[in-house]
Write a protein that binds this ligand. Sequence first.
Ligand code: ADP
Ligand code: MG
Length: 255
Amino acid sequence: MSQPLIEFQGVEKRFGDTVIFKDFNFSVEDGEIVSIIGPSGSGKSTLLRILMTLEGIEGGVVNVAGEPLWHKRTANGLVPADNKHLHRMRHHLGMVFQHFNLFPHMSVKRNITEAPMRVQGKTKAEAEAIADELLELVGMSDKADMYPNELSGGQKQRVGIARALAMQPSILLLDEITSALDPELVDEVLDVIRNLAKKHSFTMLLVTHEMYFAREISDRVCFFDQGAIVEEGEPEQIFTAPKETRTQAFLNAYM
Ligand code: ADP
Ligand code: MG
């Protein structure tokens, strides 16, 4: 069996005295689509933020594509990661946030070309060619010159997806990308993800409250509570025959 693309081994994460993860183990295979469901405050966003190196860890190891995220392999063993290493490791991942986090003073197109130009050193023409393709993919070609405040929430989020893809990551992290949207705008965003899942072999790790979507899109669903995976399995099993009482209670409240 090939090694997982994402691997948490005995990870510990604290905020001050508050323990979020203790001896946390979790992995995602190459090409797998994994949904994380669970109550708020259980550590779902923290998990994704650690992968994006937006949060550090207090113990254990996180491997991405077989390499430790927070450490660098040297002839003398593992040493703490330097910026260059973190920079390189981050390129494996793209993240879409609940509250869009678009740059308000930049046009839609510029939001997408910014990182490829500044971080990857792409020329303006190269970055714009990528942006044009991605805007087409998310159905936003006609809005390229608009600014975020001129867009609906669904449109902003489709730009958010295009921006994450512009760095050509092999893993896409989606953190409740539809929970700030009016209900009628949810499907236009989920359709983009459905399309990506079908036509492109992305590895996706998504946190979602859209249970029907998790059921439809995932290879595996993990029910997460208090910093631990309480239960995981194929969507059919989790949604129709959850084994754990806590999973049952959570799903009963949602469905
Ligand atoms: P979820 O995404 O499942 O709702 P989070 O990962 O956002 O949960 O948060 C898990 C816990 O960590 C919560 O109790 C939250 O209050 C706490 N937490 C998250 N970020 C911070 C932070 N930067 N400082 C202190 N506590 C935090
Ligand atoms: Mg969260």
